[in-house]
Design a protein. Structure first.
Lengths: 355, 355
């Protein structure tokens, strides 16, 4: 039976990428060594790191003024590390509160800065950026581009002129083109669209380096990592290689425009199957995420049954976020369209039998 | 040509482990998914994590009062995170300063606590623990069990009765039995004897949890990670699997006693080849590390030539630490005895030709 993963916490990887990585573990490019054995101080890994950055810069058409940092700790670590690195002498930081993940970001940041909430979303609707009450003296304005637990996405990128815009793009990084020049900093952990857990990408505008407080653990100091080209200490070498191969695959798929079109097609099929009656979508149309599609059945017992039966049909990890419930299908870049077709077909069958 | 890595920053892995991991990347246990795709919230990864902890506890005969944390960031991140987590209301922390890595630990800790230097090593000799001037009101006493840059190891484990003993065991973790009950906390990054970069093991006595200051980034709070069983956020899932397979291999080799004997044999062969004339060892015999064997040739030009020629003989990554120079052969668990034989043979040949 063909199996598909719709997990939110970890995306699937394309078969070609997995085959290449399996070979890399066996032997890295006729070197006699496994890709897992490469010292981060050697030329092989230097080449991998340089290629990874090159691929990322090319895909994003990244302006020179931005530095790419390859860190550890996950996006959750950045929640506290952001104000530690960026507050400087500013009186506070602005945050847009729209769901589970932005709330976690706010809670963690509040230990290191005064948090000012610039906007709040509610009822499955995201606050439009022109309504955000940002303050010009904030160190930055932070938002979560895709709330995975609630299935929300800012479908357009905000334009904030007075303070650096900071985005947690973990869930939808590289799923569509990004106007990087609007941002002061973008961060994303890799296990969604860059392959393997253990790597966190931080893209930061150079002029924001040097605002860090003293004592930031060295591997988490943006300024020190920028200076050391992400080699303050041992980077997560294999996760970087996985990211490198994922970026090559993305390029081969036609880049971010092609990926956005593909992701739009996938999610459109699934949203079309949500009839508003048996399958209810909480997110309002203008805030619906093409990456995290969340819906509910008429009662929670049916939600549980749906997840169980789906699993027996090879459709895995469809349960919603523990604190939200319902069903969640995550459609990261590497989820193939045939997975969505299989899910939609199962949904139709399930509704016929249980509706 | 058979190639061997003597890299300090990243150890080689046994062929059996690499073959198994290559298969795991292709498919995890007939699941239809790659090991790289397993969500950390699912049963497959839960089983891997539980088995990894089980293997580690069995190897170390770990008392119940100790918790095992699977973190990110590397040992270097712990340098600052240690006082953030353990200082509590103590007036200072004691540190033993013996080389490059303990100096880095001290420098980073000093931003978060008053550092009191309890002992200093010099001239290739480590200060014997009975000479350490520890203070009973310190939050802990920290030492580096193996200084990789200088090639030094505390060959016996200290016994400190009045304050928790904390050790950076990154380089020699699991290379010999460890009397864990003497320690308050042990930490080690995984890329030496546990396989892959991106994972940091922290073993901490339960009574030391809860001394953390507020605002520690959640993924780095010992107390929160202990409570969440290392799942505050996404752990470095594949690096945990690599560690799991390395631990299984270690058990199959006969455990820590067998590994210590094997490591002793390997290093004895290499130290016997250091004649004190052409190949000079700086570390005094009582402080020599069986894991990091450092030596110098009559001049630095010969050091460079040695490293280059060794490479052409398949003996890789023998250059010393950039700030120390000379030659360094790292003999981690998975470096086979035949690698040492090949190195000793090359050294004899090189001396004959260049001596």
């Amino acid at each position: 039976m063909t199996v598909y993963s719709f997990a939110s916490s970890h995306a699937p990887l394309p078969q070609d990428v997995l085959a290449a990585l399996s070979d890399d573990v066996a032997e890295w490019k006729h070197s006699g060594f496994s890709a897992l054995e490469l010292p981060f101080t050697g030329k092989d890994f230097a080449d991998i790191l340089a290629l990874t950055e090159h691929e990322l810069r090319a895909l994003l058409n990244l302006p020179e003024a931005y530095r790419v940092l390859f860190l550890q700790g996950g996006a959750s670590a950045q929640f506290a590390l952001l104000p530690m690195n960026l507050l400087g002498s500013a009186p506070h930081c602005d945050y847009v509160q729209t769901g589970h993940w932005s709330k976690r970001a706010i809670k963690e940041a509040a230990a290191w800065c005064d948090v000012r909430v610039a906007a709040v979303g509610s009822g499955g609707e995201l606050p439009v950026p022109c309504s955000w009450d940002t303050s010009p003296d904030a160190a930055y304005c932070h938002y979560t581009s895709n709330e995975t637990a609630e299935g929300l996405q800012f479908q357009c990128y905000p334009e904030i002129s007075d303070v650096p815009l900071v985005a947690d793009m973990t869930a939808d990084f590289l799923t569509r083109p990004i106007p990087v020049e609007r941002f002061g900093l973008i961060y994303a952990s890799a296990q969604k669209n860059l392959g393997a857990a253990g790597l966190t990408i931080v893209i930061v505008r150079e002029d924001l380096l040097g605002r860090g407080r003293s004592g930031i653990p060295a591997p988490f100091s943006y300024a020190r990592q920028a200076e050391a080209k992400s080699k303050v200490n041992t980077p997560p070498t294999f996760s970087v290689l996985v990211a490198c191969r994922m970026l090559g695959w993305l390029r081969g798929c036609g880049g971010l425009d092609a990926m956005a079109e593909r992701n739009g097609q996938k999610s459109a099929k699934l949203y079309a199957a949500l009839d508003g009656d048996f399958y209810r979508c909480v997110a309002s149309p203008g805030s619906r995420s093409p990456i995290s599609v969340c819906f509910r059945l008429p009662d929670s017992a049916l939600d549980v049954l749906f997840v169980e039966e789906a699993r027996s049909h090879g459709l895995f990890h469809l349960q919603g976020h523990p604190q939200v419930g319902g069903i969640r299908a995550s459609l990261y870049n590497a989820v193939p369209e045939c997975a969505v077709d299989a899910l939609v077909s199962f949904m139709s069958d399930f509704k016929r039998r249980r509706g």
